[in-house]
Design a binder for this molecule. Sequence first.
Ligand SMILES: *[C@@H]1O[C@H](CO)[C@@H](O)[C@H](O)[C@H]1NC(C)=O
Length: 230
Amino acid sequence: MAAKILVILLLAAASPAVLAAFDVMQMLADKPRYATFSKLLQQTKVAGEANQLRAATLLVVPNKFVKSLASLPKDKLRPAVANHVLLSYFDPIKLDEMKTKTAILPSLLSNTDKKLGVLNYTRADDGQMYFGAPGASCAAKLVKVVAARPYSVSIMEVSEPILPAGFTSSVAAPGRRGKGGKDKIKPSGAGLEDSKMVARKPGEGVRGKVTKDVGSESETAAPSPGPAPF
Ligand SMILES: *[C@@H]1O[C@H](CO)[C@@H](O)[C@H](O)[C@H]1NC(C)=O
């Protein structure tokens, strides 16, 4: 009898729900700035997979720059979202401690696609840290730490989605064309936002300011003065 109970207890302890030491959805719950990304994490079930990892780093994208990811077709959405979850704990200090200035880091996508599921991490000469798909330019800038529990899980904001090779072209184009921005074409999430800004009324100064701040590290590293709580 006692042995039976013990077995049941051990089984319960080994079940995934109990093993999960962190809950990324919960860590993002009070952060409306990443609401769209959170929704994608849940919708694609990548959140659940991330929670099963012994250690993880989530690279999250704020709502207004997430479009090139959110607008992917269903079959590409899950792999692309999974590509934002690194399989180890990283924070800026740990990244800075790396001996090399650039490294190929496996993402959750590598579990299903070894070739696509890696990120190219690069530290620029000015100390800025970037992520990108290997072979593409490292365009997603590390903006700030959103939440961290050393050394199991960290959530960091990046300036734009990090799409696996071949995931971008057909998706970003219609959005840009749709906004009629022939003048401001940039192959990045920031470019999409710029087009949106053009369509916006000039009176909306606050959004304009926030967008501009993304360009400089000192501004964005500080808690934003906007409604997003940190
Ligand atoms: C990683 O990114 C850096 C900077 O963009 C680039 O110089 C390097 O060639 C990239 N490495 C790979 C394997 O793509």
